[in-house]
Design a protein around this ligand. Structure first.
Ligand code: SF4
Ligand code: SF4
Length: 382
Protein backbone atom coordinates (compact mmCIF):
# COMPACT_ATOMS: atom_id res chain seq x y z
CA UNK A 1 0.00 0.00 0.00
CA UNK A 2 1.19 3.51 -0.86
CA UNK A 3 1.00 6.14 1.94
CA UNK A 4 0.03 9.70 1.04
CA UNK A 5 0.56 13.06 2.79
CA UNK A 6 -2.05 15.77 2.24
CA UNK A 7 -1.14 19.12 0.66
CA UNK A 8 -1.79 22.39 2.53
CA UNK A 9 -2.88 24.89 -0.12
CA UNK A 10 -3.47 27.68 2.40
CA UNK A 11 -1.60 28.74 5.48
CA UNK A 12 -4.39 28.68 8.06
CA UNK A 13 -2.75 29.14 11.41
CA UNK A 14 -5.12 28.38 14.26
CA UNK A 15 -4.87 30.70 17.29
CA UNK A 16 -2.84 29.19 20.11
CA UNK A 17 -5.62 29.93 22.61
CA UNK A 18 -8.76 27.89 23.17
CA UNK A 19 -11.99 29.87 23.31
CA UNK A 20 -14.62 28.56 25.75
CA UNK A 21 -18.35 28.70 25.03
CA UNK A 22 -20.39 27.25 27.86
CA UNK A 23 -23.18 29.73 28.33
CA UNK A 24 -25.32 29.57 25.19
CA UNK A 25 -28.88 30.65 26.09
CA UNK A 26 -30.37 27.34 24.87
CA UNK A 27 -28.91 23.84 24.77
CA UNK A 28 -30.36 21.09 22.54
CA UNK A 29 -29.90 17.54 23.86
CA UNK A 30 -30.57 14.74 21.33
CA UNK A 31 -33.02 12.11 22.62
CA UNK A 32 -33.22 8.84 20.65
CA UNK A 33 -36.44 7.66 22.23
CA UNK A 34 -38.83 10.21 23.68
CA UNK A 35 -40.55 7.40 25.62
CA UNK A 36 -37.48 7.19 27.88
CA UNK A 37 -37.76 10.83 29.04
CA UNK A 38 -37.59 11.25 32.81
CA UNK A 39 -38.64 14.91 32.93
CA UNK A 40 -41.40 17.13 31.47
CA UNK A 41 -41.77 20.67 30.18
CA UNK A 42 -41.01 23.45 32.71
CA UNK A 43 -39.08 21.06 35.00
CA UNK A 44 -35.80 22.34 36.39
CA UNK A 45 -32.84 20.05 35.60
CA UNK A 46 -29.44 19.96 37.19
CA UNK A 47 -26.18 19.50 35.35
CA UNK A 48 -25.48 15.76 34.78
CA UNK A 49 -29.05 14.81 35.78
CA UNK A 50 -30.31 11.81 33.81
CA UNK A 51 -33.05 13.36 31.68
CA UNK A 52 -33.77 10.25 29.59
CA UNK A 53 -32.34 6.75 29.79
CA UNK A 54 -28.54 7.14 29.50
CA UNK A 55 -28.84 10.81 28.54
CA UNK A 56 -27.39 13.36 30.96
CA UNK A 57 -27.93 17.10 30.90
CA UNK A 58 -24.78 19.11 30.04
CA UNK A 59 -26.11 22.21 31.89
CA UNK A 60 -28.55 23.26 34.59
CA UNK A 61 -31.72 25.06 33.54
CA UNK A 62 -35.39 24.72 32.63
CA UNK A 63 -36.92 22.38 30.04
CA UNK A 64 -38.77 24.48 27.49
CA UNK A 65 -39.75 21.97 24.79
CA UNK A 66 -38.75 19.61 21.99
CA UNK A 67 -37.17 20.70 18.71
CA UNK A 68 -35.79 18.94 15.62
CA UNK A 69 -32.12 19.68 15.00
CA UNK A 70 -29.42 18.40 12.63
CA UNK A 71 -26.51 16.29 13.84
CA UNK A 72 -23.10 15.99 12.17
CA UNK A 73 -24.40 13.13 9.98
CA UNK A 74 -26.93 15.52 8.44
CA UNK A 75 -29.76 13.63 10.16
CA UNK A 76 -32.69 15.35 11.83
CA UNK A 77 -32.93 14.31 15.49
CA UNK A 78 -35.41 15.18 18.24
CA UNK A 79 -33.78 17.28 20.94
CA UNK A 80 -34.86 18.42 24.37
CA UNK A 81 -34.46 22.20 24.63
CA UNK A 82 -33.00 23.45 27.93
CA UNK A 83 -32.99 27.15 28.83
CA UNK A 84 -29.47 27.33 30.26
CA UNK A 85 -29.27 29.26 33.56
CA UNK A 86 -25.46 29.34 33.25
CA UNK A 87 -25.07 28.23 36.90
CA UNK A 88 -23.85 24.67 36.28
CA UNK A 89 -25.72 23.49 39.39
CA UNK A 90 -25.51 19.87 40.53
CA UNK A 91 -28.37 18.09 42.31
CA UNK A 92 -26.30 16.13 44.82
CA UNK A 93 -23.06 17.15 46.39
CA UNK A 94 -20.27 15.51 44.42
CA UNK A 95 -18.78 12.37 45.87
CA UNK A 96 -15.33 12.65 47.36
CA UNK A 97 -12.68 12.62 44.69
CA UNK A 98 -10.69 9.41 44.70
CA UNK A 99 -7.08 9.40 43.69
CA UNK A 100 -6.25 7.56 40.49
CA UNK A 101 -4.17 5.07 42.44
CA UNK A 102 -7.11 3.76 44.48
CA UNK A 103 -9.13 2.34 41.52
CA UNK A 104 -9.03 -1.28 40.46
CA UNK A 105 -9.55 -2.15 36.80
CA UNK A 106 -12.93 -3.70 37.62
CA UNK A 107 -14.02 -0.41 39.26
CA UNK A 108 -12.84 1.61 36.26
CA UNK A 109 -14.87 -0.53 33.85
CA UNK A 110 -17.91 -0.52 36.12
CA UNK A 111 -17.93 3.31 36.54
CA UNK A 112 -17.54 3.87 32.79
CA UNK A 113 -20.33 1.36 32.22
CA UNK A 114 -22.68 3.24 34.55
CA UNK A 115 -22.51 6.20 32.18
CA UNK A 116 -22.91 4.06 29.08
CA UNK A 117 -19.42 4.81 27.75
CA UNK A 118 -19.57 1.59 25.77
CA UNK A 119 -16.85 2.29 23.21
CA UNK A 120 -14.18 2.85 25.88
CA UNK A 121 -15.48 -0.02 28.04
CA UNK A 122 -15.21 -2.47 25.14
CA UNK A 123 -11.62 -1.45 24.47
CA UNK A 124 -10.61 -1.64 28.14
CA UNK A 125 -12.28 -5.05 28.59
CA UNK A 126 -10.14 -6.49 25.78
CA UNK A 127 -6.91 -4.83 26.79
CA UNK A 128 -3.96 -7.25 27.09
CA UNK A 129 -0.35 -6.13 27.44
CA UNK A 130 -0.11 -3.13 25.16
CA UNK A 131 -1.99 0.12 24.73
CA UNK A 132 -1.54 2.68 21.96
CA UNK A 133 -2.81 6.22 22.40
CA UNK A 134 -3.58 7.66 18.99
CA UNK A 135 -2.66 11.36 19.05
CA UNK A 136 -2.94 11.83 15.27
CA UNK A 137 -5.24 14.22 13.44
CA UNK A 138 -5.64 13.43 9.75
CA UNK A 139 -7.54 16.38 8.43
CA UNK A 140 -5.56 19.43 7.39
CA UNK A 141 -6.75 22.68 9.04
CA UNK A 142 -8.14 20.82 12.08
CA UNK A 143 -6.22 21.41 15.31
CA UNK A 144 -8.29 19.83 18.10
CA UNK A 145 -5.78 17.12 19.00
CA UNK A 146 -2.75 19.37 18.64
CA UNK A 147 -4.46 21.73 21.08
CA UNK A 148 -5.31 18.95 23.54
CA UNK A 149 -1.69 17.75 23.44
CA UNK A 150 -0.36 21.27 24.00
CA UNK A 151 -2.82 22.50 26.61
CA UNK A 152 -3.59 19.27 28.49
CA UNK A 153 -0.14 17.66 28.34
CA UNK A 154 0.09 16.57 31.95
CA UNK A 155 -3.51 15.37 32.11
CA UNK A 156 -2.91 13.16 29.05
CA UNK A 157 0.33 11.69 30.41
CA UNK A 158 -1.13 11.17 33.89
CA UNK A 159 -4.12 9.29 32.47
CA UNK A 160 -1.94 7.05 30.27
CA UNK A 161 0.22 6.23 33.30
CA UNK A 162 -2.90 5.52 35.37
CA UNK A 163 -4.14 3.03 32.74
CA UNK A 164 -0.67 1.46 32.55
CA UNK A 165 -0.61 0.81 36.28
CA UNK A 166 -4.24 -0.15 36.78
CA UNK A 167 -4.37 -2.55 33.82
CA UNK A 168 -0.86 -3.85 34.46
CA UNK A 169 0.35 -3.03 30.94
CA UNK A 170 3.81 -3.84 29.63
CA UNK A 171 3.77 -1.22 26.86
CA UNK A 172 2.08 2.15 26.62
CA UNK A 173 2.81 4.08 23.46
CA UNK A 174 1.71 7.63 22.67
CA UNK A 175 1.79 8.07 18.87
CA UNK A 176 2.26 11.53 17.35
CA UNK A 177 2.81 12.88 13.84
CA UNK A 178 6.43 13.93 13.30
CA UNK A 179 5.19 17.19 11.75
CA UNK A 180 3.36 18.30 14.95
CA UNK A 181 6.49 19.95 16.31
CA UNK A 182 4.82 22.03 19.05
CA UNK A 183 3.00 19.11 20.63
CA UNK A 184 6.09 16.91 20.34
CA UNK A 185 8.24 19.37 22.27
CA UNK A 186 5.51 19.87 24.89
CA UNK A 187 5.20 16.11 25.41
CA UNK A 188 8.97 15.53 25.52
CA UNK A 189 9.34 18.32 28.10
CA UNK A 190 6.88 16.58 30.42
CA UNK A 191 7.23 12.86 29.79
CA UNK A 192 10.32 12.58 32.02
CA UNK A 193 8.01 12.19 35.01
CA UNK A 194 6.41 9.14 33.37
CA UNK A 195 9.43 7.08 32.28
CA UNK A 196 7.37 4.01 31.34
CA UNK A 197 5.40 5.87 28.63
CA UNK A 198 7.02 5.57 25.20
CA UNK A 199 6.58 8.17 22.46
CA UNK A 200 6.43 7.05 18.83
CA UNK A 201 6.66 9.53 15.96
CA UNK A 202 5.15 8.54 12.62
CA UNK A 203 5.26 10.30 9.21
CA UNK A 204 2.48 12.66 8.23
CA UNK A 205 0.56 10.02 6.25
CA UNK A 206 -3.16 10.44 5.78
CA UNK A 207 -5.28 7.68 7.35
CA UNK A 208 -3.37 7.01 10.57
CA UNK A 209 -5.97 8.78 12.72
CA UNK A 210 -8.08 5.67 12.11
CA UNK A 211 -7.20 3.31 14.98
CA UNK A 212 -7.24 0.16 12.84
CA UNK A 213 -5.01 1.75 10.16
CA UNK A 214 -2.56 2.92 12.82
CA UNK A 215 -2.47 -0.51 14.43
CA UNK A 216 -1.80 -2.14 11.05
CA UNK A 217 0.85 0.45 10.15
CA UNK A 218 2.75 -0.09 13.41
CA UNK A 219 2.24 -3.76 14.19
CA UNK A 220 0.96 -5.54 11.09
CA UNK A 221 -2.44 -6.63 12.40
CA UNK A 222 -1.27 -7.76 15.85
CA UNK A 223 -4.63 -8.32 17.53
CA UNK A 224 -3.24 -8.03 21.09
CA UNK A 225 -2.91 -4.27 20.97
CA UNK A 226 -5.68 -1.91 22.05
CA UNK A 227 -6.00 1.68 20.85
CA UNK A 228 -7.60 4.67 22.60
CA UNK A 229 -7.57 8.26 21.41
CA UNK A 230 -7.03 11.56 23.20
CA UNK A 231 -10.74 12.28 23.66
CA UNK A 232 -11.15 8.90 25.40
CA UNK A 233 -8.42 9.93 27.85
CA UNK A 234 -10.21 13.21 28.61
CA UNK A 235 -13.45 11.29 29.32
CA UNK A 236 -11.64 8.84 31.64
CA UNK A 237 -9.81 11.64 33.47
CA UNK A 238 -12.93 13.78 33.95
CA UNK A 239 -14.96 10.90 35.31
CA UNK A 240 -12.42 9.16 37.53
CA UNK A 241 -10.26 12.03 38.70
CA UNK A 242 -12.73 14.93 38.71
CA UNK A 243 -15.94 12.97 39.18
CA UNK A 244 -17.48 14.79 36.21
CA UNK A 245 -19.09 13.78 32.95
CA UNK A 246 -17.55 15.28 29.83
CA UNK A 247 -20.06 17.90 28.72
CA UNK A 248 -17.84 19.92 26.39
CA UNK A 249 -16.19 19.28 23.05
CA UNK A 250 -13.25 20.74 21.13
CA UNK A 251 -14.03 21.88 17.61
CA UNK A 252 -11.91 23.81 15.10
CA UNK A 253 -13.53 26.72 13.26
CA UNK A 254 -11.38 27.51 10.27
CA UNK A 255 -11.25 28.06 6.50
CA UNK A 256 -10.58 30.81 4.00
CA UNK A 257 -13.77 32.59 5.09
CA UNK A 258 -12.63 32.96 8.72
CA UNK A 259 -10.49 35.90 9.85
CA UNK A 260 -8.95 34.16 12.85
CA UNK A 261 -9.26 30.36 12.85
CA UNK A 262 -9.53 28.93 16.36
CA UNK A 263 -10.24 25.89 18.48
CA UNK A 264 -13.35 26.27 20.62
CA UNK A 265 -14.22 24.28 23.73
CA UNK A 266 -17.99 24.26 23.51
CA UNK A 267 -20.89 22.75 25.48
CA UNK A 268 -22.44 19.74 23.78
CA UNK A 269 -25.85 20.72 22.46
CA UNK A 270 -24.90 24.32 21.56
CA UNK A 271 -26.30 25.57 18.27
CA UNK A 272 -23.59 26.08 15.61
CA UNK A 273 -25.07 29.51 14.87
CA UNK A 274 -24.20 30.47 18.48
CA UNK A 275 -20.68 29.09 17.99
CA UNK A 276 -20.12 31.18 14.86
CA UNK A 277 -21.12 34.35 16.73
CA UNK A 278 -17.78 33.96 18.55
CA UNK A 279 -15.79 33.90 15.31
CA UNK A 280 -14.90 36.76 13.01
CA UNK A 281 -16.11 35.76 9.53
CA UNK A 282 -15.27 37.37 6.18
CA UNK A 283 -18.15 38.99 4.35
CA UNK A 284 -19.29 37.54 1.03
CA UNK A 285 -21.61 35.08 -0.61
CA UNK A 286 -19.03 32.82 -2.18
CA UNK A 287 -18.61 30.73 0.94
CA UNK A 288 -20.09 27.43 1.98
CA UNK A 289 -19.95 25.56 5.29
CA UNK A 290 -18.27 22.16 5.40
CA UNK A 291 -18.19 20.19 8.62
CA UNK A 292 -15.67 17.55 9.71
CA UNK A 293 -12.90 18.27 7.26
CA UNK A 294 -12.26 18.64 3.57
CA UNK A 295 -11.50 14.93 3.08
CA UNK A 296 -14.40 13.22 4.80
CA UNK A 297 -16.71 16.11 5.65
CA UNK A 298 -19.84 17.38 3.98
CA UNK A 299 -21.46 20.65 3.03
CA UNK A 300 -24.33 21.34 5.39
CA UNK A 301 -27.05 23.85 6.18
CA UNK A 302 -26.05 25.08 9.64
CA UNK A 303 -29.30 26.74 10.66
CA UNK A 304 -30.41 23.66 12.60
CA UNK A 305 -26.99 22.13 13.27
CA UNK A 306 -25.96 21.49 16.89
CA UNK A 307 -22.69 20.44 18.48
CA UNK A 308 -22.69 16.69 19.07
CA UNK A 309 -19.84 14.33 20.00
CA UNK A 310 -19.08 13.61 16.35
CA UNK A 311 -18.70 17.24 15.25
CA UNK A 312 -14.97 17.95 14.93
CA UNK A 313 -14.69 21.03 12.74
CA UNK A 314 -16.52 23.79 10.90
CA UNK A 315 -14.93 25.17 7.72
CA UNK A 316 -16.03 28.26 5.95
CA UNK A 317 -14.79 27.39 2.50
CA UNK A 318 -14.97 28.78 -1.00
CA UNK A 319 -17.47 27.42 -3.52
CA UNK A 320 -15.84 25.14 -6.05
CA UNK A 321 -17.15 23.45 -9.14
CA UNK A 322 -15.31 20.22 -9.60
CA UNK A 323 -15.68 18.46 -12.92
CA UNK A 324 -15.17 14.73 -13.19
CA UNK A 325 -13.02 13.43 -16.03
CA UNK A 326 -12.43 10.04 -17.62
CA UNK A 327 -10.61 7.39 -15.60
CA UNK A 328 -6.95 7.19 -16.69
CA UNK A 329 -6.44 3.68 -15.28
CA UNK A 330 -3.51 5.01 -13.29
CA UNK A 331 -4.25 2.66 -10.36
CA UNK A 332 -3.56 5.33 -7.72
CA UNK A 333 -6.91 4.86 -5.98
CA UNK A 334 -6.24 1.14 -5.48
CA UNK A 335 -2.61 1.68 -4.43
CA UNK A 336 -3.56 4.15 -1.72
CA UNK A 337 -6.60 2.48 -0.20
CA UNK A 338 -5.70 1.50 3.40
CA UNK A 339 -8.32 -1.25 3.32
CA UNK A 340 -7.12 -2.95 0.11
CA UNK A 341 -10.28 -2.11 -1.84
CA UNK A 342 -10.34 -1.30 -5.57
CA UNK A 343 -12.48 1.89 -5.52
CA UNK A 344 -12.47 2.31 -9.32
CA UNK A 345 -13.93 -1.17 -9.78
CA UNK A 346 -16.66 -0.50 -7.22
CA UNK A 347 -17.41 2.88 -8.80
CA UNK A 348 -17.96 1.13 -12.10
CA UNK A 349 -19.96 -1.74 -10.56
CA UNK A 350 -22.40 -0.03 -8.21
CA UNK A 351 -24.38 -3.27 -7.87
CA UNK A 352 -21.59 -4.75 -5.73
CA UNK A 353 -20.76 -1.56 -3.76
CA UNK A 354 -22.83 -2.64 -0.75
CA UNK A 355 -20.52 -5.63 -0.15
CA UNK A 356 -17.61 -3.27 0.55
CA UNK A 357 -19.33 -0.84 2.88
CA UNK A 358 -18.15 -2.57 6.07
CA UNK A 359 -14.54 -2.77 4.88
CA UNK A 360 -14.34 0.83 3.64
CA UNK A 361 -13.80 3.41 6.40
CA UNK A 362 -14.96 6.34 4.25
CA UNK A 363 -11.56 8.10 4.46
CA UNK A 364 -12.02 9.48 0.90
CA UNK A 365 -8.34 9.07 0.08
CA UNK A 366 -9.28 7.39 -3.22
CA UNK A 367 -11.12 10.53 -4.41
CA UNK A 368 -8.31 12.77 -3.13
CA UNK A 369 -5.57 11.04 -5.13
CA UNK A 370 -7.64 10.56 -8.30
CA UNK A 371 -6.15 12.85 -11.00
CA UNK A 372 -9.52 12.82 -12.80
CA UNK A 373 -11.36 14.12 -9.69
CA UNK A 374 -13.75 11.16 -9.72
CA UNK A 375 -15.85 10.87 -6.55
CA UNK A 376 -14.88 7.29 -5.65
CA UNK A 377 -15.66 6.98 -1.94
CA UNK A 378 -17.98 3.93 -1.74
CA UNK A 379 -19.47 5.24 1.49
CA UNK A 380 -20.28 8.59 -0.12
CA UNK A 381 -20.58 11.47 2.33
CA UNK A 382 -23.57 10.15 4.25
S1 SF4 B 1 -12.86 5.75 1.08
FE1 SF4 B 1 -12.90 3.49 1.26
S2 SF4 B 1 -12.30 2.77 -0.80
FE2 SF4 B 1 -11.68 4.94 -0.66
S3 SF4 B 1 -9.54 4.87 0.06
FE3 SF4 B 1 -10.84 5.09 1.89
S4 SF4 B 1 -11.18 2.98 2.60
FE4 SF4 B 1 -10.45 2.82 0.46
S1 SF4 C 1 -7.24 7.14 -9.39
FE1 SF4 C 1 -8.93 7.89 -10.72
S2 SF4 C 1 -8.01 7.87 -12.76
FE2 SF4 C 1 -6.66 6.58 -11.49
S3 SF4 C 1 -7.49 4.46 -11.70
FE3 SF4 C 1 -8.49 5.33 -9.92
S4 SF4 C 1 -10.41 6.19 -10.77
FE4 SF4 C 1 -9.06 5.89 -12.51
Amino acid sequence: MRYVSLKNDYDLKVSSYITDIINAAFIYVPINDLKTLKIKSNDYVYKEQEIATNVFSPVSGTIVGIKECLNAHNKLVKTLVIKNDGKERFENPKLNKKSFKSYTKEEVISILNTFNLTKIVNILKKIKKSLIINGIEDEIYVANKVMILEKKTDLILETIDFLRQTFNLENTLLVLKNSDTNSISKIYNNVGRYPKIKIKLVPDYYGLEDNLNLQNYLFKENKNISVLDLNDLLVIYNLLKNNKLTTKKYITVSGVGVNSPKVINVKLGTSVIDVLKKVSLKKGKDYIVIINGLMTGRQIDITKLIVTEDLESIFIWKKENLKEDMCLNCGLCYDCCPRGINPKYIHEHQDIAKKYLDRCNGCNLCSYVCPSKIDLNPKGKD
